[in-house]
Design a protein around this ligand. Structure first.
Ligand SMILES: NC(=O)c1ccc[n+]([C@@H]2O[C@H](COP(=O)([O-])OP(=O)(O)OC[C@H]3O[C@@H](n4cnc5c(N)ncnc54)[C@H](O)[C@@H]3O)[C@@H](O)[C@H]2O)c1
Length: 303
């Protein structure tokens, strides 16, 4: 897996998963633009990569605006001459149930995750198309966007939309040889370590040094490093034919999500009145109703 002629931007890479992606890309030879709002963690991420023999620079700026997206692409081109890989990872949470969620809670999350993904990918694609030799777009989604999650109107909306954009970009960018994929990771980071159903296992792992198999395999949750390989793989030549896909990764599990498909259908001449639907509901649709939310092992939800 040789990325030594490649240049990557990883947003939100001062810590957590973004840092693990940046380190892994650099370890495979890519030059990396580290981005974060936190200058201390961004500088230390650069130092880490450079100390390990890699190439990295920092652009400290809040992802969301076009101005930041342009600064990130400019940072890659000025420091390393080009841009091949854009990883949109920066993110925040402002969790509240719908009826308590403020406009600010909603806008803050949409701005970083959804607008930030849009602006960064748009600017990256402008440069990749100009360069004329393809590229890689890797957008970070979440199981919460795929299935919904209690208390996460803003976040699940943004993350679901990111996967929707990825499917559209896969179509729009195929001719330019640019792939677009989504990765939905699950890892122990500042964002997840206090989630109540995970907390007892994460706490225990501080003593034992490892999460148990139920977490690593059934929940699919591990360290940020466990989730980094898929990003480098998607960035590589080996993944040149993979586009428009959504992966889940975490702990010992790597998985591919299906796209939404019609799961039950029925036909009625001249369309469907409410009474027609009521008459056919039980026979044609009842058994096909979908579950919502992530499905966790009973051991976790019983605690
Ligand atoms: N940890 C998980 O299990 C998990 C699960 C699903 C999705 N994700 C996604 O993975 C990504 C990384 O999450 P993490 O768990 O490493 O979280 P984290 O909080 O440890 O790291 C997020 C990083 O993004 C930075 N950041 C926040 N706002 C920013 C902005 N506007 N511009 C630039 N940087 C900004 C933060 O300073 C931080 O360094 C996020 O998109 C998150 O939604 C994480």
């Amino acid at each position: 897996m040789d990325l030594s002629n490649k240049v990557a931007v990883v947003t939100g890479s001062g810590q957590g998963l973004g840092l693990a992606y940046a380190r892994d890309l650099a370890a495979h030879g890519a030059a990396v633009v580290i981005n974060d709002v936190n200058k201390t963690t961004a500088d230390s991420a650069v130092a880490d990569i450079v100390d390990a023999g890699g190439r990295a620079v920092a652009v400290v700026a809040p992802v969301g605006s076009t101005e930041t997206a342009r600064a990130l692409v400019r940072g890659a081109v000025e420091a390393f001459g080009r841009l091949d890989i854009m990883v949109t990872n920066a993110g925040i949470l402002r969790d509240k149930v719908l009826w308590k969620m403020t406009d600010d809670d909603f806008d803050a999350v949409i701005d970083v995750h959804l607008r930030g993904t849009f602006t960064c990918v748009r600017e990256a694609v402008l440069t990749m198309r100009e360069q004329g030799d393809g590229g890689r777009i890797i957008c970070i989604g979440s199981p919460a966007g795929q299935r919904g999650n209690f208390g996460q109107t803003n976040y699940s909306g943004a993350k679901a939309a990111i996967v929707g954009m990825v499917r559209t970009w896969a179509m729009e960018l195929v001719r330019a040889g640019i792939t677009a994929n989504a990765v939905c990771p699950v890892a122990v980071t500042a964002m997840t370590e206090t989630v109540p159903i995970f907390a007892p296992y994460i706490e225990a792992a501080r003593t034992t040094g490892a999460l148990p198999p139920i977490m690593r395999r059934e929940v699919g949750m591990g360290s940020p490093e466990d989730a980094a390989g898929i990003v480098s793989f998607l960035a590589s030549e080996s993944a040149s034919g993979i586009t428009g896909q959504a992966f889940s990764v975490g702990g010992d599990r790597l998985a591919l999500w299906s796209h939404p498909e019609l799961t039950a259908q029925s036909f009625h001449d001249n369309g469907w009145s409410a009474d027609d639907i009521a008459g056919r509901w039980t026979a044609d649709f009842d058994a096909a109703l979908q579950t919502v939310g992530e499905q966790f092992p009973a051991e976790l939800t019983a605690k």
